[in-house]
Design a protein around this ligand. Sequence first.
Ligand SMILES: [Zn+2]
Length: 333
Amino acid sequence: MANLRFALVCGGVLACGAACAAGQNTPSDVPPVIDVHVHAMDESFPGGGPMCPNEAKFLASDPKTKEAPFGWDVENCTPKLYPSAKGEYLKDMKAEMERLNVTAVVFGDEAGVKKWQDAMPGRVIPGTSFTAGMGTGRVPLDKLRQEFTSGGFKVMGEIGLQYEGLSPSDMSVDQYFALAEELDIPVAIHMGTGGSGRANITTPKFRGSAGNPLLLEDLLARHPKLRVQVMHAGYPMIDNMLTLLQANSHVYVDVAGLIWSYPLSEVNRYIQRLVDAGFEDRVMFGTDQMEWPKLMAYSISIIQNADYLTPEQKRDILYNNAARFLRLDQKAK
Ligand SMILES: [Zn+2]
């Protein structure tokens, strides 16, 4: 998570694919979508509220004044994206995911992810991490091993080392990546976005430089079979992201968070650059879904409306690339 507007943090693979995910409430003509980046929240978070996606500006602030916890311009839009009513978020998400035929990788702790699985059986691919929110706490290695061997978890993420100012190649966390490689579990690492324009106020350990995609090189050299999902596609470090993708064919990216957090022309330019550079089979759709149920449909529409993508490229980004990365059993164009 974490390129957060409100500067908060969140802190055989799937048994079945699209065919069994499609439930009774999904219209039969809706092609399947995989969202590879959802957080297992079940309520709004403090400081959240209605939101306008793709705001156009980051604004300066003066340290002599009381500064907002984020630097986005406050804009008006119609319609805003609204949080759910109290206690309704999971129910709303279930309805949206059925309507849009979405299966999601949902990240969180065991209890949080289980709530999502119980609420929408067949639509959740469970993920969990060794980093706990924005803190520097670590989940014990043995517990993580249990979660991935007998606990049913399929993806190790969201790994939020950038919020600690740590490189993913730091040796203090190497044992976790070694475990993922040993168990053949893909890892999902926050890289790039964040700080929300007020990193010095809200997340003082955050370092933009710790999100440099090239920091993954040493890790990938140590663990040549590791499969990596660079969350937020290393935005905005496109040249380094392309360099890493060229060098390492086990690396995929997701466009979560960035797809709705930055100016729309910039978002499209970034995705187009990834595709035009030849990586259309490594770009995965994601939202960084946290509290606005309509964010998923909104984010899908950005891919659907991208005039620089062919229909095949849209399907690859919305489904096929993630199905391949996650090794889902079934492929559905
Ligand atoms: Zn993130």
